[in-house]
Design a protein around this ligand. Structure first.
Ligand code: ATP
Ligand code: MG
Length: 770
């Protein structure tokens, strides 16, 4: 029995097993997608617990999303055969950092109930500061400053530590001062932004060695998933926590500049123990069968897993160097490589490996599967994005007929605005779907408001809709008025709208409210009359403009106002696909009706970024076009770093698939109202011909019949190479200059899954350009 070991270890390959069982000292698992890194981490926790090496509260385990943390807890329960109570320190960097900060809030001049600002709040606050300083927000946008400050925080820099050259970059040298006053304002408001959650931890740890030591002693084991996407602040935080308690005065930890230089000086590991931890020793003795070595105390039992080829958050300050220098940062580290991929079939793995091989900046690694070759990766061209959505919808229905579960189907997009077309298509088809990492398009507040106006026009008896917009934008019709309308409506058994029509003829309302309500009733009457003679899309635009709704957002100074206006445009444009207002509203009613319960068998729709770590039997990858994927922003950039990151994103996308990966590109795509002719992504050129099959779009329309980019086009491809890359390439150059309008704030971000959701704006954090 001893030789077989506990049940949770069976089935692991020898390298995985080594990674699980090497509990003492630093361990790095550096391995490709689907090789079981996350599984190793989970098993390792099970092992630590079942060997009695630590209690749940003594394990610090960092996952990339809160969802991943929940998933890990669940798996852990399965491995151990009983629910794991606790694991209070299993979560994201921000959730754990936030927790620590609340405990010591007073040391950061905060109260323990401080608010965490989201990106929008942050920008609003910065706008106020810019105003106070008389800085022109148009020239020096608050969003840009937010990006700079975020960048500094990601690098662990307090206001006093920002290199003066960088601080001077904003508003003629005022950047540093603004960062300082921003921090001061935050304290006054009893608030912290995402960056503070870790940065304030780091500061507290540095200034209060006793507190740091407390945590160093508590955390007997530290585990980190997706280590390739950690930024400098996260690295510093981990590094502080993973030191032996005696080493808090280490000069290397005093200045991050020094730290980042990785000079190697003063790098001797502090393994000596001034303060051996009695608990861990006794815990270890508890299980004599374990054969585990007597723990030497809370020293650097840190295990990080990651894959340099999946580093996709460089734009948000992630430093892939963290993983490449692990054995330098944590001397004596054992580096374990896993080469067997357990996730994908042969063709998928070959395609993904071939694609990523085009990157220069990588360690390079072999990945093999013992799985069958399976189906080839398909590449399908469509005439436009609508046909693409239609084609994918049909393929999904076909998979469903073959008995595939919808839960095992994902659509991974590069930019979140790509989602709407799929959402519409799925509703039409009655296909259940869920959007991961953000609200569904039609659930956003501004869309609901706009729809409410249209609903009242379509059906004056729609009380819910009327109530929603009666005072949006503000027109002096407050709660008292609405209450009165309700009373009136109830007594006379008429809809609110008719009650309003009746009430304005009486003197029950104060003159101002009465005038305002009368105007509103008259407006609706006019719009209803216009409906007979005006196209429904035009009508929608007229209603939004005349009602003052558009203006309300134009005047709104909050950061997301622009995104909301964009969404309203997208709404109007989405109406084009319907014959009339009635048809459109019926469609919407169906969309809204879906409960979206997470238990439901449903297709998953998400960005490539939020797909990290996940896996599905069937993965659809639409929009592989120059300017979308790779993104226009990376094409505009100098240097290849951005492009390589996009390629890694493609690699992440492909390696999410277990059995089928299906890539699409459209020749025409509308980006916020404007059609552009696009050309297939260069990444298609980089796929290995032997593992790829060109297929015809199932979306119907003229495209499929014309041949166009159909199969013939790719017949002689060597990785698609010569057939279109040259002419396409030239067009790409031209396309590049077509001007996508200003980009948002550069590296922006909420963080992790929850916060990075494109909360109210349709653009994902790094996609301000669309
Ligand atoms: P990624 O880099 O995408 O995050 P990963 O390296 O974390 O991938 P996991 O998600 O842990 O990989 O594992 C991929 C799949 O392979 C999972 O379904 C996992 O259960 C399975 N797997 C891992 N190791 C084994 C094994 N030894 N035997 C069978 N299945 C395994
Ligand atoms: Mg993983």
């Amino acid at each position: 029995r001893a030789s077989v070991g506990p049940k949770y270890l069976s089935g692991l390959n020898p390298e995985q097993r080594e990674a699980v069982e090497t509990l003492d000292g630093p361990v790095l698992v550096l391995a490709g997608a689907g090789t079981g890194k996350t599984r190793v981490l989970t098993t390792r926790i099970a092992h630590i617990l079942s060997q009695g090496r630590a209690r749940p509260g003594e394990i610090l385990s960092v996952t990339f999303t809160n969802k991943a943390a929940r998933e890990m807890k669940h798996r852990l329960g399965q491995m151990l055969g009983h629910a794991v109570e606790g694991m209070p320190w299993l979560g994201t960097f921000h959730s754990i950092g936030g927790r620590i900060l609340r405990t010591h809030a007073e040391l950061a001049q905060l109260k323990s109930n401080f608010t965490v600002l989201d990106v929008d709040d942050q920008v609003r606050l910065l706008k106020q500061l810019l105003q106070a300083e008389n800085i022109d927000d148009k020239r020096w946008p608050a969003r840009m400053l937010a990006g700079l400050i975020d960048g500094w925080k990601n690098r662990g820099l307090m206001p006093s530590q920002v290199p003066s050259g960088e601080a001077a970059m904003f508003a003629n040298g005022k950047g540093g001062k603004l960062y300082t006053s921003y921090q001061e304002r935050l304290k006054i408001l009893n608030a912290a932004d995402f960056g503070d959650l870790l940065l304030e931890n780091i500061r507290i740890f540095r200034e209060h060695p006793d507190i740091l030591r407390q945590y160093q002693q508590r955390f007997k084991f530290i585990l980190v998933d997706e280590y390739q996407d950690t930024n400098v602040a996260q690295y510093l935080w981990l590094r502080l926590l993973s030191q032996a308690p005696s080493s808090f005065t280490s000069p290397r930890l005093r200045g991050e500049v020094d730290l980042r230089s990785k000079s190697g000086e003063g790098d001797s590991p502090q393994t000596e123990l001034l303060d051996p931890d009695p608990l861990s020793a006794s815990e270890a003795r508890r299980d004599p069968a374990s054969g585990a070595r007597e723990p030497k105390g809370p020293t650097k039992n840190i295990c990080c897993v990651g894959d340099d080829d999946q580093s996709i958050y460089g734009w948000r300050g992630a430093e892939v160097d963290n993983i490449l220098r692990f054995d330098h940062d944590f001397p004596g580290a054992k580096v374990i490589r896993l080469e067997r991929n357990y996730r994908s079939t042969g063709h998928i793995l070959a395609a993904a490996s071939h694609l990523i091989a085009h990157n220069e900046g990588r360690l390079g690694k072999t990945l093999r599967t013992e799985d069958q070759d399976g189906e080839k990766v398909t590449v399908t061209g469509s005439w436009d994005s609508e046909e693409e959505a239609r084609g994918i919808g049909e393929e999904i229905e076909q998979l469903q007929r073959q008995g595939e579960k919808l839960n095992e189907i994902a659509i991974l997009v590069r930019a979140s605005y790509q989602m709407r077309e799929f959402e519409d298509r799925f509703v039409t088809l009655g296909l259940p779907y869920r959007v991961i990492g953000g609200p569904r398009f039609y659930e956003r507040a501004e869309i609901r408001d706009a729809l409410a106006y249209l609903r009242v026009i379509n059906s004056p008896a729609d009380d819910l809709a009327f109530e929603r917009i009666v005072n949006t934008p503000k027109r002096g019709l407050g709660d008292a008025t609405v209450q009165m309308l309700h009373d009136h409506a109830r007594k006379r058994r008429i809809p609110l709208f008719e009650a309003a029509r009746a009430v304005v003829e009486t003197d029950e309302l104060k003159p101002k409210a009465r005038g305002s309500l009368r105007d509103l009733v008259a407006q609706f009457d006019r719009w209803r009359a216009q409906r007979e003679v005006t196209a429904h899309t035009d009508l929608a635009q007229i209603v939004l403009d005349e009602s003052g709704y558009t203006e309300m957002w134009q005047k709104d100074r909050s950061a997301d106002a622009a995104g909301r206006l964009e969404n309203l445009k997208e709404l109007v444009r989405s109406m084009e696909e319907f014959e009339n207002l009635q048809g459109f509203l019926e469609h919407i009613a169906l969309v809204m009706d879906r409960d979206g319960g997470s238990e439901e068998d449903a297709v998953s729709l998400m960005t490539l970024h939020s797909a990290k770590g996940l896996e599905f039997d069937n993965v659809f990858l639409p929009g592989w076009e120059e300017g979308l994927f790779p993104s226009q922003r990376t094409l505009d950039e100098q240097g290849r770093a951005g492009l390589e990151e996009e390629r890694r994103l493609g690699h992440v996308g492909l390696t999410r698939a277990r059995r089928r990966a299906k890539i699409y590109f459209a020749t025409n795509r509308r980006i916020h109202g404007t059609w552009s002719t696009t050309i297939p992504s260069r990444f298609l050129d980089e796929l290995p011909a032997a593992n790829v099959e060109i297929t015809e779009s199932k979306g119907g329309s003229a495209w499929g019949g014309t041949g166009g980019y159909g199969a013939s086009r790719f017949d002689d491809m060597e990785a698609f190479g010569s057939s279109y890359s040259t002419p396409g390439w030239q067009r790409a150059q031209a396309n590049r200059n077509r001007g996508q309008g200003g980009r948002g704030g550069g590296s922006r971000g909420g963080f992790e899954e929850e916060a990075s959701s494109f909360s109210s704006s349709s653009s994902s954090p790094d996609f301000g350009s669309f």
